[in-house]
Design a protein around this ligand. Structure first.
Ligand SMILES: [Fe+2]
Length: 300
């Protein structure tokens, strides 16, 4: 179809508006519709294909997998890269790299100062201690910063979404102490995959892709006057470390996992061998000339 014919059709649609509406919504939606019209025409998308795609999106929404789909199709990582670019343009450098939040955060986890235990003591897996500081732009520790941490259990499932787990299992909020330090005890998480029978996997199969994530731990790190950090650390050695279906692994987010035992475990009540990760989070100051790093989205 001639592009002029497409644009004439779009004009007719746009001119059917009877009131002002929302300028931003009109701008974005009208652009997407034009791009899709052109795609349908260029690729000769059949009516069957169109309705099949629309039905797919409806089912993906009903099954609650649109957040997973956004991660798997790279949208969430793309938004991170764009925010990185905006920060670089504004002359903002340094800080722990951000990476995707994913769709499984739950607000309201129990809060403590300095240290927290994330598991209930019955969690299978290798005992883990992660500890470090939250640092400001000047390299000085930030006291009272909030480290929100959440990760999957040994089956790759998250509490709240997995009703077999206790409320807030493997989820905590830790305030850094007067020295700007945090620590937590938990078990080393394993990697997981999107639901094998789900809508995300269905599309990934058609794209010739897998739906695996390497083992990781999620964080929000925030402190007054600083840009909120959304990030993850990965567990080194995972076979999917650099082959994440959600593209979240980044340089600087793969700390060493050390094998420890003895006195190092004492402060955390650990007698035997355990895995230890030392990791400092670095925050940058909030600025007016950069888009906010505080993302609004519907969360549990
Ligand atoms: Fe995750």
């Amino acid at each position: 179809m001639d592009i002029k014919t497409i644009d004439a059709l779009l004009n007719k649609i746009n001119e059917s508006a009877t009131h002002e509406g929302n300028a931003r919504t009109k701008q974005v939606v009208n652009r997407i519709i034009r791009d899709l019209f052109i795609t349908i025409d260029d690729l000769d998308v059949t009516p069957n294909e169109f309705w099949s795609a629309l039905n797919y999106l409806g089912e993906a929404g009903q099954s609650g997998e649109l957040g997973l789909l956004a991660a798997g199709l790279g949208f969430e990582h793309f938004l991170d890269v764009r925010l990185d670019e905006a920060e670089t343009k504004a002359g903002l450098a340094g800080g722990t790299p951000r990476t995707i939040e994913g769709p499984l955060y739950v607000a309201g986890a129990p809060e403590s100062t300095g240290h927290a235990r994330l598991d209930n003591g019955n969690e299978p897996g290798e005992t883990l201690v992660m500890r470090g500081r939250v640092l400001g732009e000047d390299g000085q520790p930030v006291r009272g910063a909030l480290v929100e941490v959440w990760h999957a259990n040994h089956l790759g499932n998250y509490s709240h979404f997995d009703k077999s787990q206790a409320e807030f299992n493997l989820r905590r909020s830790i305030r850094t102490d007067e020295n700007g330090t945090y620590s937590f005890r938990s078990v080393v998480p394993i990697g997981y995959s999107v639901p094998p029978e789900g809508k995300t996997q269905q599309l990934l199969d058609l794209l010739g892709r897998h739906g695996h994530r390497p083992a990781h731990i999620h964080f929000f790190v925030s402190a007054p006057g600083h840009r909120k950090l959304t990030t993850q650390i990965n567990i080194e050695g995972d076979p999917y470390l650099w082959d994440d279906f959600a593209f979240a692994t980044r340089e600087g987010l793969v700390p060493a996992v050390k094998k420890e035992e003895g006195a190092t475990g004492k402060p955390y009540g650990i007698d035997g061998q355990f895995a230890l990760i030392d990791f400092d989070f670095s925050l940058v100051k909030e600025r007016n000339n950069v888009p906010t790093s505080e993302v609004e989205r519907v969360r549990a």
